[in-house]
Design a protein around this ligand. Structure first.
Ligand SMILES: [Zn+2]
Length: 52
């Protein structure tokens, strides 16, 4: 899935790295700070006693 990126010049979103309307670099409002799947997997392993 491709995230929509937020244009810095206005309250709208674009799929392009550069906003086609304002020619400004867009930013990703959903940065992947962590992987929730890895966290859930670790919790499941702890429940089963596979991880100290
Ligand atoms: Zn724009």
């Amino acid at each position: 899935m491709k995230w929509m990126k937020k244009c810095p010049a206005g309250a709208h979103y674009t799929l392009s790295d550069i906003c086609p309307l304002h020619h400004a670099p867009s930013s990703n409002p959903h940065p992947p700070k962590f992987n929730p799947k890895d966290k859930n997997g670790e919790m499941r392993r702890k429940e089963k006693g596979l991880v100290e």
